[in-house]
Design a protein around this ligand. Structure first.
Ligand code: NDP
Ligand code: OXD
Length: 324
């Protein structure tokens, strides 16, 4: 029996709450379409509307949730994050509520594009050529072969693991950090005590793809930057609070780090007065390294609603004790 037919065997309908960060209408339409296919009769309520009976809502689909939401939904049992990172949600959720996140090949592919773009940009010295051009200066520079360039990937999960494999496939030396032991062909994988220092100490380019947890908050501080070789480059596409902003600026100003590409920030949108905006060695994007593919994620969410309704294990469930 196909997955769709199997889902249709379960007649229990659900009330689901939706709170999207943007594109509310598109989320609503896509979810309506997918849920109508796999679990007809499911009602989608749009925060702050809760329908005639808030007790009926057991599932919320959100990017972040205002604390009052939990008070208003006494029977909430499951929160389905609309993104891959669940740091804020994992902190805010009352205990006992299941949490799922997005794991999507399209998200992984676009994160890989983002990281490759910045790695190659730095590897081939493109910023220097852009500066030369404004001076009409013709100044060819040598560059090392990929095989002599070590790239450190912090976090070897869905995103970091794929990025590491792709860079290794291009011939770079890749060294990666995870919390538990990992094995990736062509990548030197390290974990445990001293592993962060090992990766940082040999990487000319460091890519941060760690989840934000109690352990990773402020991890990339003055001490961490000092471990990196002089002239190293940082790419942070994970969460802003993994990096200590003032320490990064200091490391760039002394010339110890040559530059940074930042997609994520402690406060988003980044406040206009923040020094990152004007720092000449920082390249910034507004949290777009990998945008959610609404279509594929809506299908995935609908499938998880069916699993919930059928009492089956949820896909991509977050370990609440680990925090990611
Ligand atoms: P995963 O949970 O799949 O992977 C996380 C990786 O980090 C795992 O390898 C894990 O180790 C490792 N890790 C966790 N804690 C530690 C620690 N204390 N020390 C060392 N390693 C650690 O996450 P994803 O790859 O899916 O996503 C990573 C992050 O990327 C998300 O949490 C999110 O914040 C961010 N993100 C950013 C986007 C953007 O557009 N900028 C888009 C999507 C995600 P182990 O394997 O042992 O568990
Ligand atoms: C994220 C996402 O977690 O966009 O940043 O999914």
């Amino acid at each position: 029996m196909g997955a769709k037919a199997q889902h249709l065997r379960y007649t229990r309908t659900m009330d689901v709450l939706l709170l999207a960060p943007r594109d509310h209408e598109r989320w609503h339409d896509a979810l309506t379409l997918h849920l109508a296919r796999v679990l007809p009769g499911t009602r989608i309520h749009r925060w702050p509307e809760l329908g005639p009976d808030p007790h009926a809502i057991e599932i919320a689909m959100v990017w972040t949730a205002p604390p009052v939401m939990f008070e208003k939904l006494p029977n909430l049992r499951c929160v389905m994050a609309l993104g891959a990172g669940v740091d804020d949600l994992a902190r805010a959720l009352p205990p006992g509520i299941a949490l799922t996140r997005v794991v999507d090949p399209a998200l992984t592919a676009s994160m890989t594009e983002y990281v490759l773009f910045h790695v190659l940009r730095h590897h081939r010295g493109m910023d220097a050529y852009a500066a030369d051009r404004s001076q009409r200066a013709w100044h060819p520079r040598p560059y090392p072969p990929a095989s002599s360039r070590t790239i450190g990937i912090l976090g070897l999960g869905e995103l970091g693991g794929h990025v590491a494999r792709t860079l290794a496939g291009l011939g770079f030396r890749v060294c990666g950090l995870s919390r538990t032991e990992a094995r990736i062909a062509g990548v030197t994988c390290v974990s445990g005590e001293g592993a962060l220092e090992t990766v940082l100490g040999q990487s000319e380019i460091v890519v941060c793809l760690l989840p934000l947890t109690g352990e990773t908050r402020d991890l990339l501080d003055a001490h961490a930057f000092a471990r990196m070789p002089r002239g190293a480059y940082l790419i942070n596409a994970a969460r802003g609070a993994v990096v200590v902003d003032a320490d990064l600026i200091a490391a760039l100003d002394t010339g110890h780090l040559s530059g940074a590409a930042l997609d994520v920030f402690r406060q988003e949108p980044l406040p206009p007065e923040h020094p990152f905006w004007t720092h000449p060695k920082i390249t910034m994007t507004p949290h777009v390294a990998s945008l959610t593919n609404l279509e594929s994620v809506a299908a995935q969410l609908a499938d998880n609603v069916c699993r919930y309704a059928a009492g089956k294990p949820l896909a991509h469930q977050v370990d609440r004790t680990r925090g990611y």
